[in-house]
Design a protein around this ligand. Structure first.
Ligand code: GAL
Ligand code: ZN
Length: 657
């Protein structure tokens, strides 16, 4: 199977989405000149080119793309070639209205923007396959081609009648018999029993709360339905070019795609990352997505898109202050990226994204953004021979599962304040701030290589996942579980006692009498810290109470329990407390920080033989590093101390032990 190495060939890829069809051809020459100046070695072509290639059904206009592919090759720039299937031309919806998605209310989602396709539509799929086939046949032997990029951020959801038929086929495969489905969905409740498959529809707008097991299966189905579209196109391009790796760019931590399952279907895992430049924890968010994507890739991965400056889809869109683009780009490399790419090369002057930054903004080549981007290009070229292909090893895994996320976000839940991604982020943040590098893992993955496994919050755990956690701890691992974990089984059926009995025994806790979610601005006092978001009423059963609730209705009951190497944290401790708690447990488990004694805001990551130091603060800081090193960006020798400017980065290669 091809891999990212086949695209990078020892370099870090640097470049971005290139949409030259938006510009007259004279501009292309200018683009190439500036790309070379900026150190661009890779562009992604064709992402939204469907209407240009196929202006009317069955037509093919490849001439412009031929010229571009040749131009890129002549200038030593590789092409990540996209299938254009994420944005069907207006003729498709106009001639074949059944290709247009319907929302939960049955309303049509029209053309005029992008991504208006129904994943279940045979007509859409046939057109997508045909253009993919012709594109692959035409460019299979082209020397500029380095990677295939299938579609773009698969994210459409549809509730139409075709989707209903497709959903029923999916359910028949899963359950075989209707009785099994009725049992799994608990349809005895509210008279929801299905008597025939034809009665089953996607969970559309209804009078009151919908059946959560039904909506959970629909989310699983939708991820799979989109993945079928991906696989169909992947198989076409792979038939033409078995040696060229294939990817599709994920939206990170997005609920629509089970990225663990999708990643298994990709040669290269790529992701689009857009931290808010105004977010003081944007660096942590960037780190988290890097850790997650690296774990899905099980090795080097691709930043397919990021912004050189502002995006234009937040309420208020902030530019990146000087240094931040560079910091986050190098941070992604530190976290295992072998490609740093942007949306997009040249900022559009028309259309909905004319205020979204590009590597080359409206300010042109004298603009600050272009200068800064060019600096990143030259620095990545310098780092490439030292870093490309190298690996990261982590002692800690954070467990994350789309199925549990979906199940937890249903109608009729205990608290709408509970945002799954925020809880995952809080736990990752605690470990990140304590200076430790983490992987992510699925609860059924092999965990034996980790010293510490943390479960921020997995409401749904399958039997297999519970077996996995039990044997992990039995085998010597340390496990920390956050609140509301192990409550539901695979079908979203609540387990007796409020949490799986074997898990309770492992954690040393008794029956959960009640869950006590907290209001948005509420906190609960615990011994030594404040808990937020959640609390629980249970008694210890064999476990030692590390901290009890103080005051309030839960006074004296356990908040944090420890049973040997298994811990249960029944609230979300404030950030300082969570950091201290997880830091202490990690120390005991032998999962040490990368570098001790770092000043606040400085992150250290080891990748291969290199030590990356990243200053996320706006003040210059001095860092002590034992041993002698060479700093690869400046070539300077470093022994003992070094100063990192605001948003500064150092990449150290050891010269003496
Ligand atoms: C991504 C998308 C790009 C561009 C970008 C803007 O979701 O893939 O095409 O729209 O957002 O931030
Ligand atoms: Zn549909």
């Amino acid at each position: 199977m091809p891999s990212l190495d086949d695209s990078t060939r020892g370099r870090i890829l640097f470049g971005g989405d290139y949409n030259p069809e938006q510009w007259p051809e004279e501009t292309w020459q200018e683009d190439v000149r500036l790309m070379k100046r900026a150190g661009v070695n890779s562009v992604t072509l064709g992402v939204f080119s469907w209407a240009t290639i196929e202006p009317r059904p069955g037509a093919r206009e490849f001439g412009w793309l031929d010229r571009l592919m040749d131009l890129m090759h002549a200038n030593g720039i590789g092409v990540v070639l996209a299938t254009p299937t994420s944005s069907p031309p207006p003729w498709m919806g106009s001639r074949h209205p059944e290709t247009l998605p319907r929302d939960e209310q049955g309303q049509t989602v029209w053309w005029g923007s992008r991504q208006q396709f129904c994943a279940s539509s045979p007509t859409y799929r046939a057109y997508a396959a045909a253009i993919t086939e012709d594109l692959a046949a035409r460019y299979a032997g082209h020397p500029a081609l380095t990677m295939w990029h299938i579609n773009n951020e698969y994210c459409t959801h549809c509730w139409c009648d075709e989707t209903a038929r497709h959903f029923r086929r999916w359910l028949r495969t899963k359950y075989g018999a209707l009785d099994a489905l009725n049992e799994a969905w608990g349809t005895a409740f509210w008279s929801q029993r299905y008597d025939a498959w034809e009665e089953i529809i996607p969970p559309r707008r209804a009078q009151y709360m919908r059946n959560p097991a039904h909506t959970l299966d629909f989310k699983r189905f939708t991820s799979d339905a989109l993945m079928e579209c991906y696989i169909a196109e992947r198989d076409i391009v792979a038939r033409h070019t078995p040696h060229i790796p294939v990817t599709t760019n994920f939206m990170p931590l997005w609920s629509g795609q089970d990225a663990w399952r999708w990643a298994e279907q990709e040669d290269v895992v790529s992701v689009d990352i857009y931290p808010d430049p105004k977010d003081p924890l944007g660096g942590q968010y960037n780190a988290m997505l890097g850790d997650m994507t690296r774990s899905q890739a099980r090795g080097p991965w691709v930043v397919m898109e990021q912004a050189a400056g502002a995006v234009n889809w937040r309420g208020v869109n902030h530019p990146k202050p000087p240094g931040l683009n560079r910091l986050w780009s190098l941070q992604s490399v530190a976290h295992g990226a072998d490609a740093v790419c942007y949306f997009q090369w040249r900022q559009s002057r028309q259309g909905a994204e004319k205020f979204h930054s590009g590597m080359l903004t409206h300010a042109g080549e004298d603009g600050r953004t272009f200068k800064e981007t060019s600096r990143i290009g030259s620095e990545l070229a310098r780092l490439s021979p030292h870093v490309a292909g190298s690996r990261i090893s982590a002692d800690i895994a954070v467990l994350h599962d789309w199925g549990s996320w979906w199940a937890g976000q249903q109608d009729g839940r205990l608290s709408t304040q509970l945002d799954y991604t925020e809880v995952v982020r809080a736990w990752h943040r605690a470990l990140w701030e304590s200076g430790r590098t983490t992987d992510f893992a699925h609860p059924e993955h092999d965990l034996t290589g980790y010293r510490l496994v943390v479960v921020p919050h997995l409401y749904l755990l399958t039997d297999a996942a519970i077996d996995n956690l039990l044997s992990y701890v039995r085998g010597g691992g340390t496990l920390v579980c956050g609140f509301l974990t192990g409550v539901a089984d695979e079908d979203d059926r609540v387990r007796a006692g409020g949490m799986d009995a074997r898990l309770r025994e492992l954690l040393g806790i008794g029956t959960v009498h009640e869950w006590w979610p907290l209001d948005a601005d509420e906190s609960v006092e615990c011994e030594g810290f404040l808990g937020t978001l959640w609390s629980e009423e249970f008694e210890p059963a064999g476990g030692e109470v590390v901290a009890a609730y103080r005051g309030g209705e839960l006074d004296g009951l356990p908040a944090v329990v420890r049973n040997g190497r298994a811990w249960y944290v029944s609230t979300l401790p404030e950030s300082d407390a969570l950091r201290a708690l997880l830091g202490r447990i990690a120390d005991d488990a032998g999962a040490a920080p990368v570098l001790a004694g770092l000043p606040g805001g400085v992150e250290a990551v080891r990748r291969g033989e290199l030590l990356f130091l990243l200053n996320h603060s706006r003040e210059a800081v001095t860092v002590q590093v034992p041993g002698s090193h060479q700093e690869l960006l400046t070539g300077e020798r470093v022994s003992a101390g070094l100063t990192l400017e605001r948003y500064g980065v150092a990449v150290l290669s050891r010269t003496t032990p």
